[in-house]
Design a protein around this ligand. Structure first.
Ligand SMILES: [Fe+2]
Length: 512
């Protein structure tokens, strides 16, 4: 209502005496601002010009338009203006008509001013209440509108941040298993869902198998047969259309799933190279079904971005595998040229892997060692056959040339990018524990662990293989040579692990 002001009263009467009397009475009170009109039409003109008239006192009988008709129109115009009808004869019929028109009170002629004052106070009070109500109603309306806008804005902002984190997070995943888990975790956290699941189609079993999940997962969802056509998961994969259900129940028969009547579930197809290979689903008790379609859109985006990432991973894996296979074939053909080194790298890799497993190396290290082991001598491509396959002992000069092969090998693999660990394993596979190796003379633990492992395996295979200048040495001799050089040429820990393996094998041989 703002600042305090006098109440505005409009008197409408065709009798100037009545107007004069009421006006002087009101002015005498000093808390009213009085306006007057001699007929209904004049009165509307005043209402157009004067802002916020609070009370209208109107004569019932006026030429042109009756007081009752006037009140009706007045109320249509503004429900909060209060009107009282001035009449000399308040019959029941008049009262009913006046009330129906929206009048709040009657002022009987002749006026008794004490009664008039009481009536006026009541009218003012009514006006205050009506104004307050209108204000509150408006406030509630605006508040609701604001809330809706806020919600919309929040959702838009959330969408933006979701899109950003989808791209960020997915870009970090390296393999499909990791990606599937990331996908359901993202689905659940970004969409505020209690449960997220991803199924991938298994053609051989003719069913959808859950490959990743987040949160509580209901019974019977691990594997869904394609024949279960009433299941929404199967519907999505069959029709390729997202599904939205007004209930968090997916399928399954546990008590919990039957309890939840609120919330909903959403499912979208998961495509790889345009083919529907799976279904991504979330379920929540908190998402209202009315706004679920917006979430469906987000889930769809999430699924699409993940599809692209899987495609990239698969593409990278394929390229990588092809490249590895090509390089491996190259090393094999290189080794096949020389009967003394045939399949050397394959054997070295097998020994190195056994040692690495004995030393509890991680899955990632094993993968890198497999790659680097097969290719550790690839740098020999750059060395002339006359030196590589020289039947006699090498001159010092020739030996220096041979010593360049780890650097050349690291350069070849280094050009593939992303293979930093593998590159450094290859570069350092001829370093020695005491620092007297090549190419960089690294010492002790400065040498990559996997290079130290490779060094032992490489030497063992070299000793036990036939050489142009000597016959193959027995396993025991090679084993003792390696033990003898523990702490000088080789890492003692690697030698210990290697010894365990050799001893186990010797024991097996004896038992046979
Ligand atoms: Fe080598």
């Amino acid at each position: 209502m703002g600042e305090k002001r006098n109440w505005r009263v409009l008197i409408v009467d065709d009798d100037p005496q009545i107007i004069e009397m009421l006006e002087s009475f009101l002015k005498f009170q000093k808390c009213y601002e009085v306006h007057t009109a001699s007929n209904a039409f004049d009165a509307f003109n005043v209402l157009d010009q004067v802002v916020d008239v609070d009370v209208v006192l109107v004569d019932i009988n006026m030429p042109g338009m009756t007081g009752i008709e006037f009140v009706k129109r007045l109320k249509d115009r503004d429900r909060t203006i209060v009107a009282a009808i001035i009449t000399g004869d308040p019959s029941m019929d008049v009262i009913v008509k006046a009330m129906r028109s929206g009048a709040s009170d009657f002022l009987s002629k002749p006026f008794k001013f004490d009664q008039f004052q009481v009536a006026l106070k009541r009218l003012i009070k009514e006006r205050s209440i009506l104004l307050e109500n209108a204000f509150l109603t408006e406030e509630v309306r605006v508040k609701k509108l604001l809330e809706q806008m806020n919600k919309k804005l929040e959702r838009k902002m959330r969408e933006q941040s979701i899109l950003f984190s989808i791209n960020e997070t997915l870009a970090k995943t390296k393999n499909t298993t990791e990606l599937y888990q990331t996908l359901v975790d993202l689905g659940a956290s970004l969409l505020d869902a209690s449960t997220a699941m991803l199924w991938i189609k298994e053609e051989e079993r003719d069913s959808l198998v859950m490959v990743a999940s987040h949160g509580e997962v209901w019974e019977g969802l691990d594997e869904i047969p394609c024949s279960d056509t009433s299941n929404p998961v199967i519907k999505v994969i069959r029709d390729g259309i997202p599904v939205l259900g007004k209930n968090p129940i997916v399928v399954g028969t546990t008590k919990k799933s039957r309890d939840g009547a609120k919330g909903c579930y959403l499912m979208v197809p998961f495509r790889i190279r345009e083919e529907i290979l799976g279904v991504l689903g979330i379920s929540s008790r908190d998402i209202e079904a009315e706004i679920a379609h917006e979430y469906l859109f987000l889930l769809h985006i999430l699924s699409e971005r993940a599809s692209l990432t899987v495609e990239n991973i698969l593409l990278y894996d394929t390229l990588f595998m092809n490249l590895h296979a090509t390089l491996r074939a190259l090393v094999r053909s290189l080794e096949a040229k020389d009967p003394y080194t045939k399949l050397h790298s394959e054997r070295v890799t097998q020994w190195a892997l056994e040692v690495a497993k004995k030393m509890n190396c991680s899955e990632e290290e094993i993968e890198s060692l497999t790659f680097a082991g097969h290719l550790h001598d690839i740098g020999k491509i750059g060395i002339r056959d006359q030196i590589l396959m020289k039947p006699g002992r090498l001159t010092e000069e020739e030996y220096e040339i041979i010593k360049t092969h780890p650097v050349i090998g690291a350069e070849i693999v280094g050009h593939l990018g992303l293979l930093h660990l593998e590159t450094s394993i290859i570069r350092h596979h001829h370093e020695r524990w005491d620092g007297n190796g090549y190419p960089d003379g690294l010492k002790g633990k400065d040498i990559p662990k996997l290079s130290r492992i490779l060094a032992v395996a490489d030497t063992y295979d070299a000793i036990t293989s036939r050489r142009p200048y000597r016959k193959a040495m027995p396993d025991r001799f090679a084993y003792e040579e390696i033990r003898k050089n523990s702490g000088t040429q080789f890492d003692p820990q690697v030698v210990d692990a290697f010894s365990l393996i050799i001893e186990e094998k010797m024991k097996e041989c004896q038992e046979e």
